[in-house]
Write a protein that binds this ligand. Structure first.
Ligand code: TEU
Ligand code: CA
Length: 610
């Protein structure tokens, strides 16, 4: 695929020079001081479930464009668009068969250009999802690669013969014992050529071989092609899995087995997470794609299993790799011995300690990406909040503590409405490949139906993938057809129209948090300090610059909580008066003795000059 690099357009540039005073013009001013994405807030759209414009029950790009005013009112700066590329949708688009075309289910390239232009008119950039650890098995590259062992593209993927001393196709003949992320082996036998190909995710998602420079070259030119269309950057799918550890047993190109997992397959993480050439590949990508446009684009790597040290290396501006990464340590804090579908209660001090460690770990070098929700995680208000009596205040308080941490916050569609989990009660309601594969494996693992349904109800990715409720009309205005997946109950009252009309709603709380990040440098730059780390209900921390200090006090329980401010290291607590943002209309304030009583799930952020 050839391209002329110099023709790259400035993100959303169809509108030419920016009128003074626009957010982007302010960003240009601030860019001198810091990268624009330090003050940005990103909103993730999962196209399949956002808004359907043609009544086929599947969300699409014109549907997204029709809802841009909702995002403009929320004040977000960037939309992260989950994949809309041509795809057989085995994994809802994370299995791409053509990187430079839009899937008809979502619309056309012209629809996407229109979305980019309409978003730019509202000062919103579009970040695309880059899924290049693997392609679809229906991508022409893989069709060519599997066509014969002598294919010129054979080495574009990971092909291996059966394990020595075994019979092809027999259990145990897989080249390594690695298990896939989606249950079962990570290897699939190709009957035609009698060899196995690697797929860390589904069989229809064969891994690309990044060791091959031709593969990397094709990917970089594809990325430059998208930059020309005026996008604002990339979210990079499982980007720390692209370098596999080779020859650990001294045999060139060999791949080593992993220690047994709960499901009996091997844990290959040590062989493909943060592999030996990941930094080099990311640096080469930056040099080939972004170097010519310093400070223009936002790049965020999705990096399951990443360590803090490795994240600091990936996000160190001096290394010119990526701007930030999504870490997953906090997302595993409620996983039991049986894994994610064996949930256990969260111990709040663990969560506070984890985020604090990443705050301090990337304080000098690197930058955090902050999130509770995305299309792979259950909804936070049900997971670690209270989606019953205290749904609104717990959603607000969870938003406050996340958005007041240092880093770039990500809001997932519906999170700004305080949407709860899907509440599915039967297996038939689930659509997600990971959940269905796990369910299919449950019997072998001795998991009974009731335990399975409980685990899925708590942790399935489908909890995040039900349609966004826009109003109280049929199917909450998501579609005039039959939704591809069931609606989350309660949409008659929990919907965007109702939330925008109610100043006390979760929506307007998120709008205020976005505003605070845009207007108050302490939110962006303030040094982070956790208070009362062992407290099991209170989440308290400060953000301090030489100008001012923000004091965040949040009650993450359904009971009233009395806090002695001096006891948690807040001297002069009694004079905390100025409230920057609060979960309740009438924010609780300290009494004369510096004692503060917080209502269930109440949070208050005080501001005082340094
Ligand atoms: O997710 C990678 C990833 O880490 C998740 O699969 C995660 O392990 C799992 O969902 C948690 O249970 C990315 C995409 O975000 C996901 O939607 C894709 O399915 C996956 O990569 C493969 O592209
Ligand atoms: Ca549609």
């Amino acid at each position: 695929m050839t391209d002329t690099a110099d023709a790259v357009a400035t993100p959303g540039s169809t509108l030419g020079a920016m009128p003074p005073g626009t957010r982007r013009e302010r960003r240009r001013r601030e860019a001198a001081a810091r990268p624009w994405w330090h003050t940005a807030v990103v909103y993730q759209v999962y196209p399949r479930s956002f808004s359907d414009s043609n009544g086929d029950g599947i969300g699409d790009i014109p549907g997204i464009t029709s809802r841009l005013d909702h995002l403009a009112e929320l004040g977000v700066d960037v939309i992260w668009l989950s994949p809309v590329y041509r795809s057989p949708h085995d994994d809802n688009g994370y299995d791409i068969s053509d990187y430079t075309d839009v899937d008809p289910a979502f619309g056309t390239l012209a629809d996407l250009d229109h979305l980019i232009a309409e978003a730019a008119r509202r000062d919103i950039g579009i970040v695309m999802d880059l899924v290049v650890n693997h392609t679809s098995d229906e991508h022409e590259w893989f069709r060519d690669s599997r066509s014969s062992a002598d294919s010129a593209k054979r080495d574009w993927y990971w092909w291996r013969p059966a394990r020595p001393g075994t019979t092809v196709g027999e259990p145990g003949a897989e080249p390594t014992n690695w298990g896939s992320f989606f249950s079962g082996s990570a290897w699939q036998l190709d009957e035609e050529t009698g060899e196995y190909y690697l797929h860390l995710f589904s069989r229809k998602q064969p891994d690309l071989n990044w060791e091959n420079p031709e593969v990397r070259g094709e990917i970089y030119s594809m990325m430059r092609w998208w930059l020309k269309r005026g996008i604002a950057g990339f979210r990079m799918d499982v980007i720390n899995l692209i370098s596999k550890r080779l020859g650990v047993d001294g045999v060139p190109g060999s791949l080593a087995d992993g220690a047994p997992r709960a499901d009996g397959w091997g844990n290959g993480f040590p062989q493909f997470v943060d592999g030996p050439r990941t930094d080099a590949f990311l640096a080469e990508m930056h040099q080939q794609v972004f170097d010519a446009f310093p400070g223009t684009y936002l790049t965020v790597g999705e990096t399951p299993g990443v360590t803090l040290e490795q994240a600091r290396s990936y996000t160190d501006p001096a290394n010119r790799e990526v701007d930030m990464v999504f870490q997953f340590e906090h997302m595993a804090l409620d996983a039991g011995v049986g894994g994610k579908f064996d949930p256990r209660p969260l111990h709040l001090p663990d969560l506070k300690a984890n985020l604090a460690r990443w705050q301090h770990g990337l304080a000098e070098t690197g930058w955090n990406a902050l999130y509770w929700d995305n299309h792979d995680q259950p909804r936070i208000v049900s997971r670690w909040g209270d989606d019953g009596e205290h749904r609104v205040s717990s959603a607000k308080t969870l938003a406050t503590v996340l958005h007041l941490h240092r880093g770039t916050p990500y809001i997932y569609q519906g999170e700004e409405l305080g949407m709860p989990n899907a509440g599915f009660t039967s297996l038939a309601q689930y659509r997600d490949l990971e959940s269905l594969n796990y369910a299919a494996d449950a019997e072998r693992l001795g998991i009974d139906e009731e335990t399975l349904l409980r685990g899925l109800a708590a942790q399935s990715r489908d909890n995040a993938r039900t349609p966004v409720p826009w109003d109280a009309s049929t199917n909450a205005g998501f579609t005039t057809g039959e939704p591809w997946i069931d609606m989350t109950p309660g949409w008659e009252t929990v919907n965007a129209e109702a939330a925008r009309a109610d100043q006390g709603s979760v929506f307007h709380h998120y709008r205020r948090l976005v505003e605070l990040r845009h207007d108050d440098p302490v939110v962006v730059d303030g040094a982070f300090e956790l208070l009362a780390p062992e407290h099991e209900q209170l989440w308290a921390f400060t953000r301090t610059t030489d100008v001012a200090r923000l004091i965040v006090l949040a009650n993450l329980s359904g009971q009233e909580l009395a806090v002695d401010l001096a006891e948690i290291g807040l001297d002069g607590g009694a004079d905390l008066r100025e409230v920057a943002v609060a979960s309740h209309a009438e924010a609780s304030r300290p009494d004369g003795e510096g004692r503060l009583v917080l209502r269930p799930w109440e949070s208050v952020v005080f501001r005082r000059s340094a």
